[in-house]
Design a protein around this ligand. Structure first.
Ligand code: S3P
Length: 177
């Protein structure tokens, strides 16, 4: 069984994953960091040189592999749910947790990192704020469709989120440390 954390950029997936994994006694992996490590290139570099479609293929292949592992918490990239096969695989592999955040929360966490010179590649030609608004509107139905557990993250600490998620996970006690 694996637990997959989904949600928009800035929702807290990468902060929650290691702490949730520690609580379960499982491994964890951040899909973006793992792709960066395997390809030896940063995410903005992959987008710049090969384009978003290539990045999405790498991402889907990696998640297919990770979903076949056991006792693993995955922090998926914010756009991973765009791929229907990835959504299906994650659902089949175990609980899928949507870390839901409002536009204000997302903007306050990652706004500085978007746009020219930011560490996160542009996903549209819109200005960063309009991009977040558009993509959030487009993706919320996909996060909702994929998720078996939804957790509101606004104004909540990582500790609080981990406790809330762990309490809702349908994991038999013998699978946790
Ligand atoms: C993306 C989110 C990023 C990363 C890439 C594309 C997206 O992951 O995969 O920049 O489409 O929302 P995080 O959600 O970890 O920032």
């Amino acid at each position: 069984m694996v637990v997959t954390l989904i949600g928009f950029r800035g929702a807290g997936k990468s902060s929650v994953a290691p702490r949730l994994a520690a609580r379960l006694g499982w491994d964890w992996i951040d899909a973006d960091a793992e792709l960066t490590r395997r390809l030896g290139r940063s995410i903005p570099d992959i987008f710049a040189r090969e384009g978003e479609a290539a990045f999405r293929r790498y991402e889907a292949d990696l998640l297919a592999e990770l979903c076949s592992r056991d006792r693993l918490v995955i922090a998926a990239g914010g756009g991973a749910v765009l791929n229907a096969e990835t959504r299906r695989r994650a659902q089949a592999a175990g609980p899928v947790v949507w870390l839901r955040a409002s536009i204000e929360t997302i903007w306050s966490r990652i706004g500085h990192d978007l746009g020219v010179g930011g560490g996160r590649p542009a996903l549209t030609s819109l200005d960063p704020r309009a991009e977040v608004e558009l993509l959030l509107t487009q993706r919320e139905p996909l996060y909702a469709e994929a998720a078996s557990i939804v957790v509101e993250t606004d104004d909540r600490s990582v500790d609080d989120l981990v406790r809330t998620i762990a309490d809702q996970l349908p994991i038999p006690p013998e699978m946790t440390a």
